[in-house]
Design a binder for this molecule. Structure first.
Ligand code: UD1
Length: 417
């Protein structure tokens, strides 16, 4: 079993280049199925989830090659329309492929993604939207069978701005005659990145970044080249790590406008932030202060994915901070592990109250999910003594060589596989 051994107490300093965004590259890899030829995707992070997405593309018959951070997908050889259960289990966001497979094959077959470590993750919004666009859906013993019927563009109103459902509709709509409008669409920057990719495939699409996205016209390109946007969640995580150790860091290859709610919280906690296009500097203040309540919200609100890294930071801030998790039901599983390190946290439903303690102590802890795992790493970096953290398959899903990035900034971290 692989683990991190972290000797806490080193101050992080230096410069770090942020890798491409996991939540952007996954839907874009699905969208390569719309191109009857080669898609050249640059700034592709080397993550477990990206490797899973590549396995799905290969299973579908695509030819996929990787050279450093460039992945080339030739989807002209696509020959299947199913995703086997083993691959669905590897990555919940495989449901992202549903819309794209239907566009290419006019049918798709996969198992239900099921629950995950964040609680139940239904796909009702995805399926009802596809149905509305003219996809016939049959459910059979945990399997979903989809067949394109008379695909006609129409208004699709989401009761909640789901990121994955918005992306699936954007892709499926390229098969529709006429115009599709997604109303109450998710506004995350990753949706804009997908729109930029789709534009390059010849799709007429406007509105991403706002609440209404309009799609008309099919993809007709035979080659596309695209560079994935930087990972705003990884950027936020490394900023929390630097602040937790009283350090100062520079991040390059970032878009600071993508995580303004995070930098505002860090400034309130006493850090100084300086940003310029593509670059951001953080200097820790003399002491960490508690901050006003953090409510996770769809973008441009505070991202649920940064709730746990920021919580790890607040465990040592003077005073109490309240977190209210509004997006996922079960996103406080890292709290038990933080308690083992000496944190003072009380959880009641979707509310967590963190009262700062003067020190955390290194302990053996286990990752429960991707961002909760990052929180444990941050806590361990700022704790006294040694922490052993197991369950690295979680952070491997979303952070490229996390141990190398942190060691480069001065952390005492070892990975034992
Ligand atoms: C994406 C991100 C994830 C992030 C999340 C919220 C990717 C690969 N993952 O996940 O990192 O934490 O957005 O910003 O981009 N829901 C339903 N029915 C549905 C779909 C969603 O009830 O059909 C609910 C979910 O259970 C959850 C909420 O809506 O409570 C948000 O989910 P959604 O925005 O769809 O998140 P994902 O796309 O799964």
């Amino acid at each position: 079993m692989s683990k991190y051994v972290i000797a806490g107490g080193n101050t992080l300093s230096g410069s770090l280049r942020i890798h491409g965004a996991k939540n952007s590259v996954l839907p874009i890899l699905a969208a390569t199925l719309l191109v009857n030829g080669e898609s050249v995707i640059h700034n592709c992070p080397d993550l477990k989830d990206v490797r899973s997405a590549i396995k799905i593309l290969s299973h579908l018959g695509c030819r996929v090659t990787r050279e450093n951070d460039t992945v080339i997908v030739d989807a002209s050889t696509m020959s299947r329309y199913d995703i086997p259960e083993t691959l669905m289990r590897e990555m919940r966001s495989s449901v992202m492929f549903l819309g794209a497979i239907i566009v290419r094959a006019r049918k798709a077959q996969m198992s239900f993604p099921g629950g995950c470590e964040l609680g139940p993750r239904p796909i009702d919004l995805h399926l009802s939207a596809l149905l509305r666009l003219g996809v016939n859906i049959r459910e059979n013993g945990g399997e979903i069978l989809c067949e394109a019927g008379d695909m006609t563009g129409t208004d699709v109103t989401l009761s909640f701005p789901s990121v994955g459902a918005t992306e699936n509709i954007m892709l499926a709509a390229t098969l529709c005659s006429g115009t599709t409008r997604i109303i109450n669409a998710a506004r995350e920057p990753e949706i804009e990145d997908l729109q930029n990719f789709l534009k390059k495939t010849g799709t007429n699409i406007v509105g991403a970044g706002g609440s209404i996205i309009e799609i008309s016209g099919a993809s007709n390109a035979v080659s596309v080249e695209h560079t994935v946007m930087p990972d705003r969640i990884a950027a936020a995580t490394y900023l929390c790590a630097a602040a937790a150790t009283g350090g100062q860091i520079e991040l390059t290859s970032v878009i600071p406008e993508h995580f303004l709610t995070v930098t505002a919280a860090l400034e309130e906690a006493g850090c100084s932030i300086l940003s310029e296009p593509g670059r951001l500097f953080l200097r820790s203040g003399p002491e960490l202060k508690s901050i006003r309540p953090i409510r996770t919200m769809p973008y441009p609100g505070f991202p649920t994915d940064v709730q746990s890294p920021l919580m790890a930071l607040m465990t040592k801030a003077k005073g109490s901070t309240i977190f209210i998790e509004n997006i996922f039901e079960n996103r406080y599983r890292h709290v038990c592990e933080l308690l083992r390190m000496g944190a003072n946290i009380r959880v009641e439903g979707k509310v967590a109250v963190i009262t700062g303690v003067s020190k955390l102590s290194g302990a053996p802890v286990s990752m429960t999910d991707l961002r909760g795992g990052a929180a444990l790493v941050i806590a361990a970096l700022s704790a006294e003594g040694i922490s052993e953290i197991t369950g690295l398959s979680h952070t491997d899903r979303g952070y490229e060589k996390m141990e190398e990035a942190l060691a480069k900034l001065g952390a005492d971290i070892q990975r034992i596989d």
